[in-house]
Design a protein around this ligand. Structure first.
Ligand SMILES: Cc1cc2nc3c(=O)[nH]c(=O)nc-3n(C[C@H](O)[C@H](O)[C@H](O)COP(=O)(O)OP(=O)(O)OC[C@H]3O[C@@H](n4cnc5c(N)ncnc54)[C@H](O)[C@@H]3O)c2cc1C
Length: 337
């Protein structure tokens, strides 16, 4: 079944979220698609605890607080979120566009707003030949349902927050071995202490080394060879979970025929529309003379983009400019009594 909405926003970072607000004030309904499992983009994924000092009228706000407040602000408009997936393809139809996500969800809309920041966060993969055939089956870069790991032999690779957090968490239900190339970890000190304590209690095993080879053996197990100095060791497990952090990729957007400038999308500065009418780009993903990659720039771009979107969504209606302070109609939309 094809879902229908006015606008699809690709990217639920701070700018995509604020765009929901600006579009909502103009009665424009929105679906958002994001690769991540939660809203907030770079703010939530890369620096949630860091204070930001240049959000207008908020002298100091942590990145996660900003996202939480944006979510509160857009709540009256009840946007639909599609997480853990990216928009793979777009197809032009007479009334607008049909988008298809990597989870095979199809959405019909009149306009597309690309608020994809620096691109999709994708996991750094293990550079091992033949690993592709095991990915998402026995080699998992993220865990959507930990129950499949219950009572299994698991090898977790990495030394950052995800590797240590999942080691500590899965130690409760699985037989976990953690492998890292050195004894020092980049994870939060508290997670490292917990892991060391679990190792002392023989609840997990820690190995030093780097994975070199991996294949599925006749017992339906993964046979993994890893190297520590000059020694090659091997381990047999059900699942390998490599957690080597995330990198950013533009992904399928690069193939949609948009004018690109060094992986950024060129837009005008009146409407923030791309070279394809009814497709807009706002936030870190766009470029124009004088562009500043700041959250406040993305907020401004959202407001102007929404004005043009209104014209595409409601070609027969006139948009009368209103202030949120004084418009009763806007108060009603915002649920203000
Ligand atoms: C450490 C750090 C500190 C910073 N400090 C400040 C500061 O003090 N002040 C300031 O103004 N800015 C700061 N920034 C920059 C600010 O975070 C960015 O300008 C802002 O996040 C851009 O928002 P965005 O919504 O455009 O993109 P992003 O936050 O990057 O969000 C984009 C979202 O789109 C998703 N996405 C991308 N491609 C796809 C796809 N194909 N399909 C589905 N989803 C997709 C991504 O998963 C992501 O969630 C900082 C950045 C960093 C890294």
């Amino acid at each position: 079944m094809i879902k229908k909405t006015d606008v699809v926003i690709i990217g639920a970072g701070p700018v995509g979220l604020f765009a929901v607000f600006e579009l909502g004030l103009l009665n424009i309904n929105v679906h958002l698609v994001d690769n991540l499992d939660k809203p907030g983009g770079q703010c939530a994924e890369l620096y949630p605890e860091k204070p930001i000092y240049d959000i207008p009228a908020r002298p100091k706000i942590t990145a996660q607080e900003l996202i939480d407040d944006l979510l509160k602000q857009i709540d009256p408009f009840k946007p639909t979120f599609h997480f853990n997936q990216q928009v793979n393809s777009i197809k032009k139809i007479e009334e607008g566009w049909i988008l298809e996500t990597s989870e095979k969800i199809k959405i019909e809309c009149k306009c597309i707003i690309i608020a994809a920041g620096a691109g999709s966060f994708v996991p750094r993969k293990l550079p091992i030949e033949g690993i592709e055939s095991l990915e998402n089956k026995r080699v998992l870069y993220s865990i959507k349902d930990k129950s499949i790991l219950q009572d299994k032999d698991i090898l977790i690779a990495g030394g950052g927050d995800s590797a240590l957090d999942w080691t500590n968490e899965l130690a409760k239900i699985s037989n976990v071995t953690l492998i890292h190339r050195r004894k020092e970890f980049r994870a939060a000190p508290d997670s490292v202490s917990k892991m060391i304590e679990l190792e002392k209690q023989n609840k997990i095993i820690f190995e030093l080394g780097q994975i070199k080879e991996i294949y599925k053996n006749s017992k339906d197990k993964l046979d993994i060879k890893y190297q520590n100095d000059d020694t090659i060791n091997s381990i047999e497990v059900d699942y390998l979970l490599p957690f080597f952090g995330l990198k950013m990729e533009l992904g399928p957007i690069a193939n949609w025929g948009l004018n690109l400038n060094e992986n950024l999308i060129s837009v005008d500065t009146e409407k923030f529309e791309t070279s394809i009418p009814t497709i807009f780009a706002i936030g870190d993903i766009n470029t124009y003379p004088g562009k500043l990659k700041l959250i406040l720039s993305g907020f401004h771009e959202s407001a102007l983009m929404a004005q043009q979107c209104f014209k595409y969504c409601f070609p027969d209606k006139k948009n009368i400019f209103k202030y949120t302070t004084s418009s009763k109609e806007l108060h009603k939309k915002l649920g203000i009594k």
